[in-house]
Design a protein around this ligand. Structure first.
Ligand code: PBG
Length: 321
């Protein structure tokens, strides 16, 4: 076996898995503020003010990245139990989308569709009258409106990340009814109830609050123990009209990525989430891991498992390497 490993040349020749900037999507946090704000638990990641967003995205475009995924940090004063700020025609993410599309029309923009940035309780939807559950169908109705607004603002893909039942079909039907056939759907299909989302919730201020409901996201996100159930979610989203499906998180779920890749023909995305990024940085800060080597290996492994493209906080740094 070592004949195929004995030199740089032969190793490059038989290298099986390619990774290119066009296969990486950078999550971008935006803020109402007028200065960049560091995110403590995501070293190297900042929230970008609207005024700096055009220039920031022009740089990302020049690196050849596949696109950006926009996430707003909403002023707590604008949050409510029903997350109605999500439907305000001038809400931060819509202004950000218009700004990016004006400055860099060719950069693909993926807009997250879920209510968690806007709700006081941090859930992805609205609660039932007694607060004991997230109301599926009432939430889907709001997500449809939210998706239409994000599409009209210029999002290339709307990306429902809420895990309500039936939302992909409802969003597709509403887009089509408006005559909006070009806007696509990247479905967060196999999204697990994961501890690895912690730093993201710091970044957008969506962590479940003290005095909150105690209701767990496990009532809508997948159980990390469940493989077959993840495949059912993917099949449903494809049947409902998803153009692309996603597995999230990525690194701890490489088996799911591979099974999904082997079963569907649509493009498969994987989201290397905030906690995956943070743990590599944290270990590197202590001198326990080599940052760039661990970063590169983690991304290669996600591609090798079968992801066509990867949402990752490393996108920009990797493309600059
Ligand atoms: C919310 C959403 C989450 C992420 C993306 N969209 C977090 C959650 O479900 O609480 C997590 C991304 C990350 O951790 O990087 N709809």
């Amino acid at each position: 076996m070592r004949r195929l490993r004995q030199s740089e040349g032969v190793r490059a020749l038989v290298h099986e898995t390619a990774l290119a900037p066009a296969q990486l999507v950078q999550p971008v946090f935006v803020t109402h503020g007028d200065a960049e704000e560091a995110v403590a638990s995501l070293p190297g990641i900042v929230r970008i003010p609207l005024a700096g967003l055009g220039a920031h995205c022009r740089r990302l475009r020049q690196l050849g990245l596949g696109g950006i995924a926009l996430f707003p940090k909403i002023d707590p004063a604008l949050k409510s139990a029903d997350g109605r700020e999500a439907l305000s025609p001038d809400t931060l993410v819509l202004r950000a989308t218009r700004t990016v599309k004006e400055a860099v029309p060719g950069l693909l923009v993926f807009n997250d569709i879920a209510l968690d940035p806007y709700t006081t309780h941090g859930h992805d939807g609205v609660l039932s009258a007694d607060g004991s559950d997230v109301d599926n169908d009432a939430t889907v109705a709001l997500l449809v409106e939210m998706a239409l607004l994000n599409a009209a603002a210029g999002a290339d893909f709307v990306a429902p990340s809420d895990m309500m039942d039936g939302r992909v079909g409802a969003i597709r039907a509403a887009l089509d009814a408006e005559g909006n056939t070009p806007t696509g759907i990247l479905a967060y299909s196999a999204k697990f109830a994961s501890a690895y989302y912690g730093p993201f919730r710091d970044a957008i201020g969506s962590a479940p609050r003290a005095g909150g409901t105690g209701l767990s996201k496990a009532t809508y996100q997948l159980n990390p123990a469940n493989r077959r159930e993840a495949l059912r979610e993917v099949a449903l989203d494809v049947a409902e009209g998803a153009d692309m499906v996603m597995v999230k998180p990525a690194g701890p779920y490489l088996d799911i990525i591979r099974e999904v890749r082997d079963r569907v023909e649509v493009p498969v995305a994987a989201y290397q989430v905030s906690g995956e990024y943070a743990q590599i940085h944290a270990a590197a800060q202590r001198g326990w891991l080599d940052l760039t080597a661990a970063r590169d290996e983690s991304l290669l492994a996600i591609r090798r498992a079968g992801a066509d493209f990867i949402l990752t906080y490393f996108a920009e740094a990797w493309a600059r390497r």
